[in-house]
Write a protein that binds this ligand. Structure first.
Ligand code: AMP
Length: 188
């Protein structure tokens, strides 16, 4: 199963990705997690990414695309993967298509987690108090949502046109959403 998860910040992508990666026995590849790990370790990549992350901006494509390209060469992706947080704009989606076309391993599905902005702000305010992520500050949340609508949402049409898009509602209990996702993915 080669899967991409798309949805606004706070839609529960990370949580669902953990369950889905266990269910399908595929690695969960979160570009946000990779950036945060680099930041914590103080690597040059982490230092470069930090200013964009703290501001709620996308890290430049040149940096992000190379990082994903490299990650997809690791042996654990041979039987599939779940990408969470990538692609984040149409240019990244095009790069991913090129990488996967070269490998002759196209995506099986792109799963969109759909949720209203008002619910997201409430959820992210809650996550800020639990996880204390710098980029969950309220004004940064609003900015990240704007970035999502302006830059990331267009990939939904890109994948709809391509025919790989599956959309589910991301409201309700975590386990209900997981079941909904697995049912929607069916025999992909
Ligand atoms: P996330 O954990 O997916 O919400 O990502 C946290 C932050 O990491 C984002 O707000 C961006 O600054 C950065 N980031 C994660 N994935 C990408 C990506 N595909 N392209 C650019 N920046 C990204």
């Amino acid at each position: 199963m080669r899967l991409v998860l798309v949805g606004p910040p706070g839609a529960g992508k990370g949580t669902q990705a953990q369950f889905l990666s266990k269910h399908y026995l595929i690695p969960h590849i979160s570009t946000g997690d990779i950036f945060r790990a680099n930041l914590k370790a103080g690597t040059p990549l982490g230092v470069e990414a930090q200013k964009f992350m703290d501001a709620g901006e996308l890290v430049p494509d040149s940096v992000t695309n190379e990082m994903v390209k490299d990650r997809l060469t690791h042996a654990d992706t041979a039987n599939g993967f779940l990408l969470d947080g990538f692609p984040r704009n149409v240019a990244q989606a095009q790069v991913l298509s090129i990488i996967l076309t070269e490998k002759k391993t196209p995506l099986d599905a792109v799963l969109e987690l759909k949720i209203d902005d008002s619910e997201i702000v409430a959820r992210l305010n809650n996550r800020r108090s639990v996880e204390s992520r710098a980029d969950d500050a309220e004004e940064v949340i609003v900015h990240r949502l704007n970035v999502y609508h302006e830059q990331t949402a267009p990939i939904i049409d890109y994948y709809r046109t391509e025919g790989s898009l599956i959309t589910i509602s991301a409201t309700g209990a975590v386990d209900e959403i997981t079941t909904r996702a697995i049912t929607a993915l069916g025999n992909k």
